[in-house]
Design a protein around this ligand. Structure first.
Ligand SMILES: Cc1cc2nc3c(=O)[nH]c(=O)nc-3n(C[C@H](O)[C@H](O)[C@H](O)COP(=O)(O)OP(=O)(O)OC[C@H]3O[C@@H](n4cnc5c(N)ncnc54)[C@H](O)[C@@H]3O)c2cc1C
Length: 470
């Protein structure tokens, strides 16, 4: 019987996995493989992503075993490992789903050529976006740089909502070599900083679908009104599942289209933001490293950054909503979108630290770290990207906190040392008098940091710095 390889990457699912689906339809015996390599990545997986990947691979292996096969894991340089596997198994084709990051696409093209020389086809399918990144261009034939026209064009073209079923039958074959054990990949942290992750996440396809159904039942209706409130579980929390491809956006759209729910447009719009970020990175691949707006190459970023950067990373800036967000990130591997915008604005505009410091920290600590989404959003916050928040619009973390965390539940959850402080002062403890603070059990500088920066002055300094590059 002929053998084909199903090469799984950021598509760790059985449902709507065209590579798996088409390979199974051909009737050949399938060899599902995951090739782990750290060799040539500019952005090697961060710590939180490695944690997720471990559990996601485990979940996928369990699902494949229920269908009579398993996930074969190999470690080593990708192209070489793939060639060795083909030679040893006699595989006649490789099936995979397309990845969209420019660096990974280039790698796939090189592999495709190498396989062609061997007479082995590599079939690549689109399924991880609602529109592939090159599909939409404006009337002048240029890439979109602003989201709203991109969104309209995307709806006009139609969102891909084909949702293929998981194959009911997989003909299994033994791998030519046993491969490696999951544990030997060493993806889990050696020190137990991941303890909080287990309470918050269930990596894997089952967890992704459970999350979607809970969101449809409990969150979708109020999504447009509550998606900006960090104290509430008002968003889908599907981002890591989407990043690792445990659920396809096409199936999400197909599922939502069965509901006549007015809130579904607002949610699908966010999925199109995800597509947009991939289109931006596809057309402007330099934007994971450099500002889209080249004026920012001359921006006078603060180079003496170590102490302030550490305070920001550790949630010890003395600005409550910023510290709440950074601590939420450390404990759970995620942070609410509104607060991501606030901590990003604070880092780049109040501390004048380069957005790359923030992007790198997020890359290491977010379970949903995604090169396209992270780069575009950091540049949006810093004011130097496509469709960016203008540089002069600087979020005030006090008024933002009062607006979006009015009752202070979010700050109290993550900054318990301020829990007894009255709402009036919670987002600006430095304005409370000593007695008020003492009654809440706080002495600034002892129980909670003195703010590391004056918000008004640093805002003005940022505006002055911006004027110099205009
Ligand atoms: C500085 C900064 C960095 C970010 N880095 C990442 C990242 O590395 N990975 C990541 O997935 N998201 C990133 N985001 C976008 C956004 O914060 C997360 O996608 C969102 O918080 C995930 O929660 P959710 O799944 O509940 O979102 P929901 O509100 O339920 O949205 C549904 C889905 O839409 C997509 N989406 C939502 N908002 C955005 C957005 N602004 N841009 C692109 N796609 C979006 C996500 O895939 C998300 O899962 C970043 C935002 C900021 C401001």
């Amino acid at each position: 019987m002929s053998v084909v390889i199903v090469w799984l990457r950021n598509d760790l699912r059985l449902q709507d996995n065209p590579a798996l689906y088409h390979a199974a339809q051909g009737g050949a015996a399938l060899l599902p493989v995951y090739l782990h390599s750290t060799d040539d990545m500019v952005w090697p997986l961060g710590g939180a992503s490695r944690w997720w990947l471990h559990h996601s691979l485990k979940a996928l292996d369990d699902s494949l075993r229920e269908r009579g096969t398993r996930l074969h894991l190999y470690q080593g340089p990708v192209a070489q490992t793939l060639h060795e596997l083909i030679d040893a198994s006699g595989a006649q084709a490789v099936y995979a789903n397309r990845r969209y990051e420019p660096e990974l696409e280039a790698m796939d093209q090189a592999i495709l050529q190498g396989l062609q020389e061997k007479g082995i086809p590599l079939y690549l399918y689109q399924s991880n976006l609602l529109n592939p990144p090159e599909a939409l261009l404006n009337q002048q034939g240029h890439p979109y740089k602003v989201f709203t026209p991109y969104y309209k064009a995307s709806l006009a073209r139609g969102l891909d909502s084909q949702c293929l079923p998981a194959p009911d039958r997989i003909v299994a074959t033994q791998g030519p070599s046993p491969g490696v054990e999951l544990e030997s990949l060493g993806l889990l942290p050696k020190q137990g900083w991941d303890a909080g992750f287990y309470e918050h996440w269930q990596p894997g396809e089952e967890g992704a679908h459970a999350r979607l159904e809970t969101f449809i039942d409990e969150g979708l209706k109020s999504y447009p009104d509550q998606r900006d409130l960090p104290a509430i579980d008002g968003t889908s929390r599907l981002s890591p599942h989407l990043h690792f491809g445990e659920i396809s956006p096409r199936c999400i759209v197909a599922r939502l289209s069965k509901l006549r729910h007015p809130a579904r447009e607002a949610f699908i719009r966010q999925l199109v933001w995800r597509d947009f970020s991939h289109a931006v990175l596809h057309h402007f691949p330099q934007t994971s490293e450099r500002a889209f707006n080249s004026k920012f190459d001359r921006f006078p970023w603060n180079k003496r950054h170590t102490k302030q950067l550490t305070a920001w990373q550790q949630g010890q800036t003395g600005i409550p909503i910023i510290d709440a967000g950074m601590r939420e990130l450390w404990h759970t591997g995620t942070m609410h979108n509104r607060v991501r915008m606030l901590v990003g604005s604070f880092l780049t505009k109040n501390l004048l630290l380069h957005w790359q410091h923030g992007a790198r920290w997020f890359w290491d600590t977010l379970v949903d770290a995604d090169l396209a989404q992270n780069s575009m959003n950091w540049q949006w916050v810093a004011g130097c990207g496509v469709d960016a928040a203008p540089y002069f619009r600087i979020f005030n973390p006090v008024t933002q906190g009062e607006k979006f965390d009015t009752r202070g539940d979010y700050v109290r959850r993550w900054v318990p040392e301020l829990a007894k402080l009255d709402n009036k002062w919670l987002h600006k403890p430095w304005e409370a008098d000593r007695e008020t603070l003492a009654n809440a059990g706080i002495r600034l500088g002892r129980d909670y940091p003195v703010a590391i920066v004056d918000l008004k002055r640093s805002r003005q300094e940022a505006l002055d710095a911006f004027k110099r590059i205009k």
